[in-house]
Write a protein that binds this ligand. Structure first.
Ligand SMILES: CC(=O)N[C@H]1[C@@H](OP(=O)(O)OP(=O)(O)OC[C@H]2O[C@@H](n3ccc(=O)[nH]c3=O)[C@H](O)[C@@H]2O)O[C@H](CO)[C@@H](O)[C@@H]1O[C@H](C)C(=O)N[C@@H](C)C(=O)N[C@H](CCC(=O)O)C(=O)O
Ligand SMILES: Nc1ncnc2c1ncn2[C@@H]1O[C@H](COP(=O)(O)OP(=O)(O)OP(=O)(O)O)[C@@H](O)[C@H]1O
Ligand SMILES: N[C@H](CCC[C@H](N)C(=O)O)C(=O)O
Ligand SMILES: [Mg+2]
Length: 487
């Protein structure tokens, strides 16, 4: 329980009507969660405007209402707080309500189109091995040490986020590694959160359904670095051409990592095989279990973070060399007839190209590559033809299928993908709408020693169709099919 005036600390308040000393026991941005003692923050969203739900919050006897426009008629026993930006206010209020947990942790945020989950997972495992209590916030799952808390978003909303951070503080964590998505930046989910450091992995085509243009998408990611405080670190992939832009207005200390440039944290790939990566990092040779050049970046970024957090470089590299990747990231099984089935979360053109070029590098010339890929519904449609084209460019056979159609027609998504297939590639491309059937087809087409890539859903254990999440696990289905077909 807190007084309204205490949780408004740091919020730019334009006007207050009512009692600022009213006790508050919950904060929410959803009118359906309001009861007496709740502060309801009206946020303008994509589908709806929270301000339209103020009457509902009043009916449910909210104790305070925070908004960007006051209602015409005010209720006597409710405190109304007028602010310029409700999203920003929500973040700051949530931080104050939970006792500013981010200030009690060394919190490092990772942003970029690809590699966030892999990076925070590596960092979580690394700092656990180094003997610390550690939290993690990621697309796959949130964690407090080994305790798993299911995740619904890459970056949770401000209330959930601060609640999680407070639980980490309570559990004695001294570090937390979290993903910061571009949606989170635009929606101010991390407003009021204090970071010790930030990492930029890379930026490429994604989420243009939401951000509309690539420039806006870049700006959303850059906002994270603009907000880092003095004394924090910003660790940037210098091989990505947008790296310098990200940090041009940051107050944080800038550091770079790269495989292709001579910078502070410098790595080089010596060998890249199905057994893992052989690399040189800052003059030390290491063998890592992770596969693919893109993972050399993730490893190097994690190494840079640890060194910036004053860990011993050699000890850090020793632990990193023993770590495996996050679930559903280049996750593979080998069947009885030596068919390699790889499940990977590549759901952007860049990620798909990276995974497929890695497969090209590590396969032997007799192995055929069969790629199965779909694209999500109600998400960036411009990715669809590009991903189909990339699949064709690097594979001997391509099966186009469904991902999470959400509220779109699966057939229409498939047709968008088919538009990217060049006439010369028609004969190597099949379309099988049902994902399970598609996986079965891939297994039927595979001969001993071939490689099957199942892209797009990685760790996901469901398929989302018209608002319902049906059980579906690529790796499990693949295993089942190998068995059923005697492969
Ligand atoms: C597009 C998007 O990001 N939407 C997020 C957003 O919802 P919204 O803007 O659509 O909200 P809305 O439905 O318009 O409602 C506006 C406001 O009215 C309120 N409301 C609404 C109805 C009602 O009866 N009463 C009420 O008070 C809502 O609580 C909300 O505050 O704010 C919600 C609360 O924080 C999020 O749950 C929701 O995530 C949706 C489910 C989602 O799918 N988001 C994805 C795209 C996402 O965030 N992805 C990123 C990156 C993924 C990655 O690449 O890794 C992520 O961080 O997960
Ligand atoms: N550093 C990287 N550069 C490019 N591609 C990568 C990188 N790391 C991973 N990938 C590819 O991108 C996919 C997603 O990786 P990961 O889950 O780590 O990224 P993410 O940024 O967390 O994605 P999301 O935004 O969906 O949460 C992987 O399955 C792999 O195909
Ligand atoms: N977390 C990301 C990736 C989704 C991956 C893919 N399986 C899809 O459903 O589009 C998003 O919400 O855009
Ligand atoms: Mg992620």
């Amino acid at each position: 329980m807190q007084l309204l005036q205490n949780i408004l600390e740091g919020v730019e308040v334009l006007d207050i009507k009512g009692d600022v000393k009213v006790p508050i026991d919950t904060i929410t941005f959803d009118s359906r969660q309001v009861k007496e003692g709740t502060a309801f923050v009206a946020v303008r969203g994509v589908q709806a405007d929270g301000h339209e739900y103020i009457p509902k919050a009043e009916e449910a006897r909210a104790s305070a209402i925070v908004c960007e426009a006051l209602p015409d008629v005010l209720q006597q026993d409710i405190a109304y707080v007028l602010v310029g930006d409700s999203g920003e206010a929500l973040g700051k209020m949530a931080s104050a309500f939970y006792g500013h947990p981010s200030k009690k942790l060394n919190l490092v945020g990772v942003t970029g189109t690809n590699g966030k989950t892999t990076s925070v997972t590596l960092l979580h495992k690394l700092f656990r091995e180094l003997g610390y209590h550690v939290g993690m916030i990621s697309t796959v799952q949130n964690q407090i040490n080994e305790n798993v808390i299911p995740s619904t978003h890459t970056t949770p909303d401000a209330v959930k986020l601060n609640e999680l951070l407070a639980q980490m503080v309570k559990a004695g964590c001294s570090y937390c590694f979290m993903e910061v998505s571009s949606h989170a930046m635009v929606q101010k989910r991390v407003a009021g959160v204090q970071f010790k450091g930030g990492v930029f992995t890379n930026i490429s085509h994604d989420h243009l359904d939401y951000h509309k243009t690539f420039d806006e998408y870049i700006k959303a990611k850059k906002l994270f670095f603009d907000g880092l405080p003095k004394g924090a670190f910003a660790l940037v992939n210098a091989d990505d051409k947008r790296g310098p832009v990200m940090v041009q207005n940051t107050k944080a200390d800038i550091h770079y990592y790269a495989l292709r440039k001579a910078v502070e944290f410098k790595g080089r790939i010596i060998d890249n095989t199905i057994q893992g990566l052989h690399m040189e990092v800052d003059g030390h040779e290491i063998w890592c279990k992770l596969i693919g050049a893109f993972n050399a970046y993730n490893l190097l970024g994690a190494y840079g973070v640890a060194v910036l957090l004053e860990e011993d470089p050699v000890e850090t590299l020793t632990v990193l060399s023993s770590l495996s990747s996050a679930a559903g990231r280049f996750d593979y099984i080998v069947s009885d007839s030596q068919i390699t089935g790889i499940v990977d979360y590549a759901h952007t053109p860049d990620a798909l190209e990276n995974v497929l070029t890695t497969i090209q590098q590590i396969r032997n010339p007799t192995q055929k590559v069969i790629t199965l890929v779909g694209c999500g519904g109600n998400r960036d449609a411009a990715k669809r033809p590009l991903m189909a084209d990339i699949a064709c460019r690097y594979s001997d056979k391509v099966i186009l299928t469904s991902d999470n159609p959400r509220f779109e027609e699966p057939q229409a998504i498939l047709e968008d993908m088919q538009k990217g297939v060049k006439p010369l590639d028609f004969k190597k491309t099949l379309s099988v709408l049902d994902r399970k059937e598609a996986i079965k087809t891939a297994c039927m087409l595979a001969e001993p020693n071939d490689i099957i890539l199942i892209a797009g859903k990685g760790h996901e254990t469901y398929q989302e169709i018209k608002g319902v999440k049906y059980d579906f696990d690529d790796k499990q289905v693949l295993r089942e099919m190998f068995k059923q077909l005697g492969k």
